[in-house]
Design a protein around this ligand. Structure first.
Ligand code: SF4
Ligand code: SF4
Length: 357
């Protein structure tokens, strides 16, 4: 186990997240077809001073690093002050950006600040597909050029690919493209439905059969299994099936703060557990009734539909996605499709092995 894993476990026992995702603004210079953020919902966003105060509270809590995200965080005036303030507290920081507006001197400055990681969404190796997703011509060229430069100056870059109907045939090429410029590839099959349903993003999600077809291709299967999504490590999903065990990091090792100051128990859970303009982070995280209810809900004993499910060994259930779908049981469509597609592949592989022997 790495030092970081040990630290994460130690902090998780006290319900201190190792890293927290902090949305700087919902504003964005792109308009990705599957994005769940409403880019125009920017009224009453926090000021930079208010955001710095939250960084202080995260520091006091014991958080080790902050991942600043958006929208596009570089559309927020004063964003560099957040990075500098974080570093002045000796905390680490990562960013998630399209990198389309970054100049070489911006990237040199990120390096000087000791940034831990830059996450950049790459939807295809082809301009026409990536730019169709971002709805901005020339965006792939800019993102790849920035990623290449960051790699050259020694900044860790992670490519983030949501696999959807438009790019499901590009996985191998995306993998090779990003590897060639030193990016760490990550892939994700989950599309989160839009906050306001404006984009109707679910229509781009793969069906169970499409997921099955992907896993049937051995090269793709290897890429997807070897390059787990960032969210998977963030979620810390466990395969324990003991009644009192928590199935994931929600309200424990995961936390998301949005650009208006609402606190969420993880990146996907659709309802806030508190509002930082009314309560301190400590009060929200350690004392709110909402958190107590979520900590109870995430125990395996409450995943009733999963107890007898044939896919439970292969599935990553998620109570946030279930909540998003307004389901009454513990299942949701994304977990179900992945779980049963994986089960089908495993069943077929074992049958082949039995026939061979
Ligand atoms: S498919 Fe649904 S019911 Fe089955 S284990 Fe996954 S989340 Fe639970
Ligand atoms: S509820 Fe879902 S998204 Fe949230 S931490 Fe758990 S598995 Fe991850």
């Amino acid at each position: 186990m790495s030092m970081l894993d040990k630290l994460e476990r130690k902090l998780a026992k006290k319900r201190i997240p190792l890293g927290v995702t902090f949305e700087v603004t919902k504003k964005c210079n792109l308009d990705c077809i599957h994005c769940y953020v409403d880019h125009f919902d920017i009224e009453k966003e926090l000021t930079i001073e208010e955001q710095k105060d939250i960084i202080d509270q995260l520091y006091d809590m014991g958080v080790v690093y902050i991942t600043f995200s958006g929208g596009e965080l570089f559309t927020k005036k004063g964003v560099w002050e957040l990075f500098e303030h974080t570093r002045s507290k000796k905390m680490g920081f990562k960013i998630i950006t399209s990198a389309t507006t970054l100049t070489k001197s911006d990237m040199d400055r990120l390096k000087e600040l000791g940034i831990l990681e830059v996450g950049i969404s790459i939807y295809s190796h082809k301009n026409e597909i990536h730019d169709l997703v971002t709805r901005k011509q020339g965006s792939l060229k800019k993102s790849l050029a920035a990623a290449k430069y960051l790699g050259e100056i020694g900044v860790v870059t992670v490519s983030k690919t949501i696999i959807m109907t438009l790019n499901k045939n590009d996985i191998i090429d995306i993998y090779n493209t990003v590897k060639s410029i030193k990016m760490i590839p990550t892939f994700d099959l989950t599309i989160i439905d839009a906050e306001n349903n404006v984009r109707n993003s679910k229509k781009y999600a793969l069906s169970q059969n499409e997921i099955y077809e992907l896993f049937k291709n051995e090269e793709i299967e290897k890429i997807l299994l070897d390059n787990k999504s960032v969210e998977e490590s963030y979620c810390g999903i466990k395969k324990d099936f003991k009644d009192e065990d928590s199935r994931c990091n929600i309200a424990r090792g995961a936390m998301w703060i949005d650009s208006k100051g609402y606190v969420y128990p993880c990146l996907v859970y659709p309802e806030p557990i508190g509002y930082l303009k009314e309560n301190s982070l400590n009060e929200i995280w350690y004392e709110s009734q909402e958190v107590k209810e979520i900590l109870e809900l995430v125990k395996y004993k409450n995943y009733k539909a999963c107890h007898t499910c044939k896919a439970k060994q292969y599935c990553d259930p998620c109570i946030a996605l279930t909540k998003l779908e307004n389901r009454k049981d513990s299942c949701n469509s994304a977990s179900y499709k992945r779980g049963f597609a994986t089960k089908q592949i495993i069943d077929e592989t074992s049958k082949k092995a039995i026939i061979k022997s």
